[in-house]
Design a protein around this ligand. Structure first.
Ligand code: Q46
Ligand code: ZN
Length: 295
């Protein structure tokens, strides 16, 4: 098996593109896919300051590496969720990555906002699944840090993540979610701009990129991720991909061509009475959780 670009020994076969690539050309390939996403979906301008949300996993650390390599001004944002050893190990991976490259990272700790409680304790006290609380808290903190610092927030969602989310949204015809499922969300009052530069890169391509680039990411998954429906959707899409290579990419890219059809009027938002960030009620979900816990 020879690399299509340089003729060296290939390490990866990408059926969706019908090509084989060696390690070096694979890195160039992923870089070009990211540049294509940035260009096609107008994700970033040259002088944007980019806050990269990093978890310590392969996608987010590779995204940081890629954006830095493409010459963007970046800073990392790590949110320590208070999920035992998993959070401590992922924090170490992020700090080590930043140290090796002399990059700056901002750290937020869930425990600092909730009287020393992390996601597992909050989930028990509030009788809500850890992931629904965690998702809400992460979104709130990421937006707050990005908005207050004037950053564009970049997250490491890859093609598999986006196609699985799309499948879930389509199965239930969640119009509101479909309207917002975009590689770029524009900034508005109380919201930082949000971009997903890895949407054209598959999970497998990103894993190969991280390994080829010598990125030391944590392999360990969050202990609460098992059994998530998104994993079932990813599995189904992989079966489809096996049968018909390129279908994941077609499913997602063709959706983006008609996504505007779902964008109707925006829901009216008002400032949260406690923190001032936009919400649909009197208090935002973050402040409501705080209030419930204080009772
Ligand atoms: S939501 Fe759930 Fe993830 Fe939070 S609790 Fe873990 S699995 S980290 S992407
Ligand atoms: Zn609030």
């Amino acid at each position: 098996m020879r690399c299509r670009m340089c003729g060296q020994r290939a390490v990866l076969r990408l059926k969706a593109y019908n090509i084989n690539l060696c390690q070096e050309c694979l890195k160039k390939f992923v870089r070009r896919r990211v540049q294509k996403a940035i260009r096609d979906y107008r994700l970033l301008k040259r002088d944007d300051r980019v806050l990269v949300a990093v978890s310590g996993g392969k996608d987010s650390l590779s995204l940081w590496d890629l954006l830095q390599g493409l010459g963007y001004r970046t800073k990392g944002l790590y949110i320590h969720l208070g999920i035992g050893e998993y959070s401590d190990r992922s924090e170490r991976a992020v700090l080590e990555f930043a140290r090796q490259r002399n990059l700056e990272v901002h750290i937020e700790r869930v425990r600092d906002h909730f009287d020393g409680l992390g996601i597992p304790e909050l989930s028990r006290l509030d009788h809500r699944p850890p992931c629904s609380l965690c998702g809400m808290i992460k979104r709130y903190l990421m937006n707050k840090v990005a908005y207050e610092g004037g950053w564009t927030l970049a997250t490491g969602h890859n093609l598999d993540d986006e196609a699985a989310a799309l499948l879930g949204n389509v199965l239930d015809w969640k119009e509101g979610y479909l309207a917002r499922q975009s590689p770029r969300l524009e900034p508005r009052e109380g919201f930082a701009a949000r971009v997903k530069p890895l949407v054209l890169c598959s999970e497998r391509e990103m894993a190969a990129y991280a390994i080829s680039s010598g990125i030391q990411y944590i392999l360990e998954e969050c202990p609460f991720s098992h059994g998530a429906t998104s994993l079932l959707y990813k599995d189904l899409l992989n079966q489809l991909e096996e049968h018909s290579p390129g279908s994941k990419l077609r499913f997602y890219q063709n959706f983006l061509k008609i996504a505007h059809l779902f964008r109707t009027e925006q829901v009216q938002l008002t400032p949260c009475q406690n923190c001032g960030y936009p919400t649909t009620g009197d208090l935002c979900n973050f402040c409501r959780l705080k209030e419930r816990l204080s009772r």
